[in-house]
Design a protein around this ligand. Structure first.
Ligand code: FAD
Length: 369
């Protein structure tokens, strides 16, 4: 099906089922597990209607077609004022990388992911390693049947609700830095693995800490080969920095339409619309690149920087409408405001993205003032 026809069928379905879909309208959450469970039936309805399979490989549980179809689905769900079920976020960030580096795992899990039955998380950051992932210390020690993993991860989105985790661990010695890392696919119900939600400034418990104590991981759950973890992580981050941003631009444009109705100041609104449309253009370019089967490349860092700018200016526009963002710390607006601020940190901090753009996109000489 072409994207235009798919868009028509999604919009018609959403409009035709508006009454039944009322419980899934966008609204604030504080407890992630409740939010996930509230939206799970929505994900299932979308699956039963045939929409979530579009744009994923037909030989793995999808119904085929271009990745653009997935973009159309997110666009329409968010534009119609619904929350996007949680599974879609990490599906866009993690699944393309699974297909590229561990297709046997992607094929095994895709059907459950598309039904909304399987949630994932991405376990890279540690208390002492964020921007500098080459220093991470979570160890994966070879064992008869694979690896035993011990260590701690932090700031893990979905960490307390996920079923599976794509986790970066050290298999080489510390001096091996980036070369000594391996990506593992870990069952979150494994003995020795526990999680603790982090109470966030925005009032949610969206992120979590992960504790791993001698967790067994079979050899077939290595993603991309032993010692290839850095390459796999950098590959994944390109999706987080660009194609995933498509979901955010749809959310921001819906937010700005509301702000316009609520009387946001024209100058703030204009700036915010321009930023959101720039994000739409860049993330569409990334979707088209993926759909054509081409690598995303370092330009994804530009998209990530524009994402941070667009998130901030959208919320600033809402503030200009007298939105009680700051005076309503328990509400949706406060959560959105804090989220906007955090976008210059997750997926690679803004300073690091600027370095990457200078070095790998613009080719500027290193160390120049
Ligand atoms: C909302 C949110 C969600 C997140 N979700 C996840 C997740 O799902 N999975 C996961 O693994 N992690 C996640 N993270 C963690 C995130 O990836 C890290 O916070 C991020 O990489 C920065 O690492 P850090 O916090 O250790 O800060 P640091 O690396 O200590 O950086 C602190 C500051 O120093 C700057 N800095 C560091 N190094 C340099 C340098 N070489 N040059 C210039 N400036 C530098 C940074 O830009 C930053 O401003 C999340 C974080 C947030 C806020």
């Amino acid at each position: 099906m072409n994207p235009a026809a798919f868009r028509e069928s999604v919009t018609a379905w959403l409009a035709g089922h508006a009454d039944e879909l009322e419980p899934f309208r966008a609204r604030p959450f504080t407890v992630l597990a409740e939010h996930v469970e509230r939206l799970r039936p929505f994900h299932r309805r979308l699956y039963d209607a045939g929409f979530t399979r579009a744009g994923w490989p037909a030989d793995s549980g999808g119904s085929g077609g271009s990745a653009l179809l997935r973009g159309v689905l997110y666009d329409e769900i968010l534009a119609a004022g619904y929350d996007l079920p949680r599974g879609f976020e990490f599906a866009e960030i993690i699944v393309p990388t699974l297909f590229d580096f561990a297709p046997h795992l992607a094929r095994r899990h895709l059907p459950a992911i598309l039904r909304g039955d399987l949630l994932m998380c991405q376990g890279f950051s540690e208390p002492g390693s964020g921007s500098d992932l080459g220093s991470l210390t979570t160890r994966a020690v070879p064992d008869r049947d694979g690896f035993r993993v011990t260590g701690q991860k932090t700031w893990i989105g979905n960490g307390a609700v996920a079923d599976w985790c794509l986790l970066l661990a050290r298999t080489g010695d510390r001096a091996s830095r980036h070369r000594g890392l391996t990506m593992l696919w870990i069952d979150m119900t494994s003995p020795g693995l526990s999680t603790r939600p982090i109470a966030m400034a925005d009032g949610t418990d969206e992120l979590a800490e992960l504790y791993l104590d001698d967790v067994a991981v079979p050899a077939e759950h290595v993603v991309g080969g032993v010692g290839q973890g850095w390459a796999v992580a950098m590959h994944l981050l390109q999706f987080e920095r660009s194609t995933w941003a498509w979901q955010r631009q749809a959310h921001l444009l819906a937010t700005l339409s509301t702000a316009a109705r609520e009387g946001a100041r024209p100058a703030a609104l204009g700036t915010a619309f321009l930023d959101a449309l720039a994000l739409r253009a860049l993330s569409l370019e990334a979707l088209l690149t993926t759909a054509a089967g081409h690598p995303l490349g370092p330009a994804s860092s530009v998209t990530k920087l524009v994402l941070s700018t667009a998130e901030r200016s959208a919320l600033d526009a809402r503030l200009s409408a007298g939105d009680p963002i700051l005076t309503d710390p328990a509400g949706h607006h406060a959560a959105e405001w804090f989220h906007a601020r955090s976008t210059s940190v997750f997926g690679g901090a803004a300073e690091i993205q600027r370095d990457l753009v200078a070095d790998r996109v613009l080719g500027l000489p290193r160390g120049s003032a």
